[in-house]
Design a protein around this ligand. Structure first.
Ligand code: SAH
Length: 230
């Protein structure tokens, strides 16, 4: 019997765009579809947004690992799975207008903007907001607007929103955010003590707010009027 020897082509060189594409493909397969991420829009968005462009250059090789990464100012870009899960919980549709509280690196905003019509993302630290806005502009995510401010108060200009996501841990869901949620809108927020939270989803049905509690998580604190003090 003859066996044909099969040669596997080697991975593209580290640091090349082709190598990042491959790492991203593996991230989607292993960390997302291998778990419970099933929304095709979320899978497509996570497969298209170049996460390595949203992390400090020194950490690019780690961008697709299964963990959060430091982005300076004691803040982090969330783990890919957490970004995908929160986006999936929002049940986004292409016509949705979205508010994000905690722009950070701008990565989650890019994922949201790949699915929804428009995204307003608020960040309290100005230099972080500027970096995020510059990357989003470079990558031509033209439907994202980054604003500097206290996101616990929401952003009145674009309200009401079909979806609101808070990407920092809060003692409770800020009431201004509930007020800025459109009828049928979904809000996802990590809620709990400073060191550890649970994902909470609120769905507005007219004047009713339906609340569901999801998995445990660890986020940096939401600091502001309706969040933690510094
Ligand atoms: N979504 C981000 C991760 C955010 S980390 C990403 O994809 O990279 C949480 C961010 O929330 C930090 O940048 C922090 O400065 C910001 N933040 C904390 N409290 C805030 C508030 N009240 N308003 C706006 N941003 C806030």
């Amino acid at each position: 019997m003859f066996f044909r020897r099969r040669f596997q082509s080697p991975d593209p060189p580290p640091g090349s765009e082709a190598n990042f594409d491959l790492q991203r493909e593996r991230m989607v397969q292993i960390q997302l579809t291998g778990r419970n991420i099933t929304d095709p829009r979320v899978i497509a968005a996570m497969g298209s947004v170049p996460r390595h462009r949203f992390v400090p250059i020194a950490l690019r090789e780690s961008a697709y690992e299964d963990r959060p990464l430091d982005i300076g100012h004691r803040q982090t870009i969330s783990q890919p799975y957490m970004v995908a899960l929160m986006t999936q919980l929002l049940r986004l549709r292409p016509e949705d207008r979205v508010l994000e509280v905690g722009a950070g690196s701008g990565y989650q905003a890019a994922v949201l903007a790949s699915i929804a019509q428009s995204v307003v993302s608020i960040e309290r630290i100005e230099s972080i907001a500027n970096t995020a806005a510059a990357v989003l502009r470079d990558l031509e995510y033209l439907n994202v607007e980054v604003q500097v401010g206290d996101g616990t108060l929401g952003w009145c200009d674009g309200a009401p929103y079909d979806a609101i996501v808070v990407t920092a841990g809060s003692p409770s869901v800020p009431s201004a955010l509930k007020a800025q949620l459109a009828d049928g809108g979904r809000l996802v927020c990590p809620v709990g003590p400073r060191e550890m939270q649970q994902l909470v989803r609120i769905t507005r049905e007219g004047t009713d707010l339906r609340e569901e509690v999801g998995i445990g998580c660890v986020f940096v604190p939401l600091i502001g009027d309706a969040g933690w003090s510094e």
